[in-house]
Design a protein around this ligand. Structure first.
Ligand SMILES: [Zn+2]
Length: 444
């Protein structure tokens, strides 16, 4: 298998990827809390990890891609109260909205999509186990994780606990032994509740992912745990602390974090009121363009969403689509069929992605290929037109843009030849007419 390197947040270094089981990869990516339409920040991990999964599959790994839906949370309960409906009405609506975004961005859905509401028995059993082992304590029906009992707490986020500005990042309250301790179970009189040996309530957020991973991987370890940078602390640190406590593992061998999205150079935040919903951007620019924009920076660098970025993404994508369409049409008009590809170009592209998913260098290869396609079409070189188009289609198995390639009907072909004839006869009015019809039919 091809050598792949990833930047591992756990060691802060670029490491050669070695899966636990040869030829297989298990990936878990923290999914959304489904109380609202996903914003563009939620779309980035979706596209980044989609590319990662497709790349690993392309080079021959059997990949299990798991991503959860947080369908129990204060935000959901508040939304249900506001809308005067059940929590499930809220989560059903926004789970559908989330998957519409995933589909619109041309990402594949994960293989395993666990939900908190469907994992409750296991979550309760897990909290009980932590209590029994002394890693948790109960106060007034609330259960907290005892952070001081695990070694290396904060290792993943590279944080020094003593220097941590507790008030700024962590919820302080008098019940906790230590401000860093986090809720495993919340005693609440608001919204949906479940019965548990330690009292009626609902789980805290940090437990679900550990339990879901354990449910599917009884060895308590997966290869890659992914998510946005903002989840590193406290969420991922807390996930890891719980796994360390009961199983002595880091949950995952490689922790991969994508950077955030800025809007016109500023962080998306409530105070700036600059949240952009993915669906609005997709409606305005198309899923293709948003996917391109999300891939415009290396996954560990922020992407700055501006109208310039969106317009240049649209232009670049148009170059790829136009070249593919032109080549595809040309080959069909000439009944030229071949499945030859340029192995060397594919290899170069995969090499770039093998280096911590260097998609920017990957695109350099894509645009070089676009030039080759255009040149081959112009010089009527059917053999190379076919070879380079096939190569681009191979790379697109990972990139997953919708190129809108159309199988031409007999009528399409006839119209095309008429267009060419009228150009030859210098009947430009007629030629324009045919051109418009062909464009309408998606041939051009
Ligand atoms: Zn998580």
């Amino acid at each position: 298998m091809r050598e792949v390197k990833f930047y591992n947040s756990l060691t802060n270094s670029l490491e050669v990827f070695k899966p636990i089981k040869e030829g297989e990869v298990s990936i878990y990516v923290c999914g959304p809390t489904v109380y609202n339409h996903p914003h563009i920040g939620n779309a980035r991990p979706n596209v980044v990890f989609d590319i990662l999964v497709k790349f690993l599959r392309y080079i021959g790994y059997k990949v299990t891609h798991m991503s959860n839906l947080t369908d129990v949370d204060d935000k959901i309960i508040n939304e249900a109260i506001k809308e005067n409906c059940r929590e499930k009405d809220i989560t059903d609506k926004y789970i559908a909205a989330y998957f519409k975004m995933v589909d619109d961005l041309h990402s594949s859905r994960p293989n395993i999509i666990p939900r908190v509401t469907e994992t409750m028995d296991e979550i309760i059993a897990f909290v009980k186990e932590l209590l029994d082992a002394g890693y948790a304590y109960e106060v007034n029906g609330n259960v907290y994780f005892r952070v001081s009992k695990v070694e290396d707490y904060g290792k993943l986020a590279n944080i020094n606990i003593e220097e941590l500005d507790v008030g700024a990042r962590i919820e302080e309250n008098d019940e906790k032994e230590n401000p860093l301790d986090f809720a495993l179970w919340k005693n609440t009189d608001k919204g949906i509740k479940w019965d548990a040996p330690f009292g009626e309530g609902r789980p805290g957020w940090h437990t679900e992912c550990v339990v879901m991973i354990n449910k599917n991987y009884p060895e308590h370890m997966i290869d890659i745990h992914g998510g946005g940078n903002d989840l590193k602390f406290p969420h991922h640190v807390n996930e890891m602390a719980q796994s360390k406590a009961l199983y002595g593992t880091d949950i995952a061998s490689y922790w991969i974090h994508n950077a955030m999205i800025n809007i016109n150079g500023e962080k998306m935040s409530k105070s700036l009121n600059n949240f952009k919903l993915a669906k609005d951007l997709i409606e305005e620019y198309s899923g293709n363009v948003i996917r391109m924009a999300l891939l415009s920076a290396p996954y560990r660098s922020p992407v700055n969403f501006t109208s310039d970025l969106l317009n240049s993404s649209k232009m670049e994508l148009t170059k790829i689509i136009n070249a593919s369409k032109m080549a595809h049409t040309k080959l069909q008009l000439n009944d030229y069929v071949s499945d030859k590809v340029d192995e060397e170009i594919i290899d170069k592209f995969l090499n770039e992605l093998s280096n911590d998913l260097n998609i920017a260098n990957g695109f350099t290869i894509v645009f070089d290929l676009v030039k080759r396609i255009n040149m081959s079409v112009r010089s009527n070189d059917l053999e190379n037109t076919s070879k380079y188009l096939n190569t681009l289609l191979e790379l697109n198995k990972i990139l997953s843009f919708d190129l809108g390639l159309k199988e031409l009907s007999k009528e399409d072909k006839e119209l095309y030849f008429k267009w060419e004839d009228s150009k030859k006869e210098k009947d430009f009015a007629k030629a324009d007419e045919y051109r418009n019809i062909l464009m309408e039919r998606g041939v051009l």
